[in-house]
Design a binder for this molecule. Sequence first.
Ligand SMILES: [Zn+2]
Length: 372
Amino acid sequence: MNNPKNTERTQESQIPTQDVRDQISNTIEALDIPEPNASFIKWNNQRGFGFLRMDDGKSVFCHVSELCKHLQPMRDDAPDFNEQLHVGNVIKGEKGLSAKNVKCTYCVTPAIWELQPSGPVVFGVQEVKPVCTNKPNESSYKSTIKHHDIWEANKSFREAMEKDKKWKGKLNDKFFEEFGEAENIKVIDEHNIALNYPHGSKKVSIFQVYESKHFDVTHSGKWKEDEYSFVAEFIFKDIPDAKIWVNIVTNHYDNNPTLKKSFDSLTPKAQDEVLNRIKMKLLSPDDITEKQFNSFIEDIYDLDKIKELRQKILHLQAPGESFITSKTHVEQSEVMDGYGDETWGTGHFISKEYTSDYIVSGARTFTLVRQL
Ligand SMILES: [Zn+2]
């Protein structure tokens, strides 16, 4: 349904006519011209639209929503009529031609991207990132620099990050391989020391220093007994004033002391002292048996059975003794209901008491059956 008026305007706008495109209500033609191709004619700010003049002299309608953010006039203000405009497309609608995607020169200027150092410096190396040199607020995700090139440019930065990881990580052989020996070492407090390097200071716990096995330690001669262990004091050959108390024996179960590797570093005299003290703490075989038995039955739910078993063993020790004993126990049983052959539990329980009599003769127990 071609309106004669619209046909006329189409010819006027010199948009190539295509049968297929004419069949749909809007014809879009990308002009895609880097040179400015339009300017404002008039603008009605209250109604939010105006008209532009294209280079070829045509007037086209333009809604405010089609203007880039730089072109949109402030409230109650007019747009800058001197501004050169870049109209992206012209649409032929029912009412005539209208401009779409209208941009200022800044917006159509292609961004120029460069790799530049940016962000924090890690071991003297700064990461390089794409930076837009002609548009200060351009988002870097629009960068045209290939990911591979960015990756390549950051080789030394990645190495610096690896180094940083080692620097902040555990004190181990890899650490000393990378950074060598500290220029000096200072004790910060009773738990921490500082390893000072030309590029910075690393704070570590004395325990970490001990664990690293990088520094020679010797026993100071002091040892003491804690609740569950024996500990000894060690001093560091190359770190004056640093000392640490280390577990040498753990003794959690009274009768099962475990010597730690650090025990070997004690002086022979101290080793003897500690071993003698451990011997004194060890329980007698009777005490150990009793203790183990008690801790065993603590875990057993059926304590009575174990006690009964124990009683039998006691009888074994007095084989001639005979006596009659009785035992009463209570059982819970569910009240059943039924109809015909079917039965079912009611969910109600009653207690029933059962009494059994036994005759015990030495190690043997016989159940007495009572005739009713
Ligand atoms: Zn703009």
